[in-house]
Design a binder for this molecule. Sequence first.
Ligand code: ACO
Length: 329
Amino acid sequence: MKNKPISMIVGTGSSVPSKVLSNFDLEKMVDTSDKWITERTGIKYRYIANNGVVTSDLCSDAALKALEEAKVLPKELDVIIVATVTGDVKFPATACYVQQKIKAVNAVAFDISAACSGYIYSLTLANQMIMSNNFKTVLIIGGEILTSMVDWTDRNTCVLFGDGAGANVIKPSDGEKGVITTYIKSDGQLAHLLTTPGGGSKFPINHRTVEQKLQFIHMEGREVFKHAVKCMSESVEKVLQQANMSPEEIDLMIPHQANIRIIEATAKRAGIPMERVLVNIDRYGNTSSASIPIALDEAKRNGRLKEGDTVLMVVFGGGFTWGSAIVKF
Ligand code: ACO
């Protein structure tokens, strides 16, 4: 017996900045090569925000496209959730700036911080809020300008990340389509392996923290890789179990786009062939919380995802945080 969906995604949208940075551009900036980046990560290009573009700009653009598809007016929104670790400012929430920009005057707006996993956490929360019957129309957005935290002299990290946003409008299910189940998890013991240490209460920005480059992303790449494969594989298994489904029933898997080798290893362990796995990391790089909703929007708009398809989304990120969701479209 399959779970009956409570909420459904009625509109998707995405937005990326206009500037594109290729591996060949990066060759001129650090000691790297197109060959190394392509073979080790699968990335060829990434979008980079120009000075002056802020996270809420990309989020608002993605949101308006999702609202248009959903035929929902901004004033009809009850909730706006933005998943980001690169908000416009420390506070208030980036969701409040999105509310201001799209004129969603009746919404409650707040951010959640779950790094790359933020979109799946937001989807889980939106589903629960709709289940509560207190909220009817929820906008969730994963949006990042990760390049604002990138050390452009560190080849270990600067080749990996890109900017963008992806949005979903979520409403009560029609009883057939929608969120079948979600699974989320964290392990704070491993927080130090992927972090931007500076700029918070632990290391407020000052000359010394800037000299130590604490305002940039610090990552133990190999450790992150190992845990990503393990936790994403576990997430696929758990969410299939919860939904009482087999891998054969999944039409499309949309994994977090961090590294093609992580994606391939997760798909192999899950028993889902690569023909049924969405990969767009070559053009976007790792856009953190925006990665899955951008891929989802792209799949819907280019016909890769069709009505009636069942999609499994799976993610891993800083925290560590991880999770998965099965959604019928
Ligand atoms: N160009 C050329 N050489 C490089 C580069 C680069 N851009 N970056 C690292 N290297 C070198 C290293 O210095 C090292 O050289 P050494 O052997 O002389 O010390 C060598 O390449 C191998 O380095 P590794 O770290 O072992 O390379 P690995 O195969 O693990 O790939 C990578 C590194 C791509 C970071 C990988 O570990 C990875 O993707 N990890 C997951 C991290 C991730 O995706 N983080 C994003 C956020 S979390 C998430 O979204 C999952």
